[in-house]
Design a protein around this ligand. Structure first.
Ligand code: HEC
Length: 125
């Protein structure tokens, strides 16, 4: 019994390690496919765009996200939770670069593992 628990624990640790090791190695192609499949580009673009008449995009461009969070410790975990659970509707971080509304939860559209990989990719671009 003890051995089996130990084994399960070890297997879990190994799986976590391999997820962490793969997290930042996803290719551009795969990241864009995941984002397309999850509908992220309905509201986001990769590069910052100035829209006509001073209008702002729904969500911030991912290059702006990378600039804002690149050097912040814990950003990948923080952002993965926000992608899955949605952002705080009463505290927009992006009033200057996006419309200022909240992001809805995306957990119906993307798995936690894929969301984590995508966030790592966003932060490294
Ligand atoms: C319906 C529109 C919409 C969709 C779909 C959407 N987002 Fe967002 N996203 C937003 C908005 C709006 C914000 C800005 C939230 C804020 O101001 O706090 C945002 C913010 C973010 C941020 C920055 C969060 C922060 O606190 O600064 C990340 C990272 C992000 N989105 C990733 C994703 C990913 C990955 C997907 C696809 C799985 C996705 N978004 C799908 C609208 C969307």
């Amino acid at each position: 019994m003890f051995q089996r628990t130990l084994l399960a624990g070890l297997t879990g640790m190994l799986m976590l390690t391999s997820v962490a090791a793969n997290a930042d190695t996803v290719s551009d192609d795969k990241a864009v496919k995941m984002a397309n499949a999850a509908g992220c580009f309905t509201c986001h673009s990769l590069k910052h765009k100035d829209l006509k008449n001073g209008a702002k995009p729904v969500g911030p461009a991912w290059e702006d996200v990378a600039l804002q969070y690149k050097d912040k410790p814990g950003a990948a975990d923080f952002l993965t939770r926000i992608v899955l659970e949605g952002s705080n509707p009463y505290a927009s971080h992006w009033k200057n670069k996006a419309a200022g509304i909240a992001m809805p939860p995306n957990a119906v559209a993307i798995s936690e593992g894929d969301a984590r990989q995508l966030v790592f990719w966003i932060l490294n671009h």
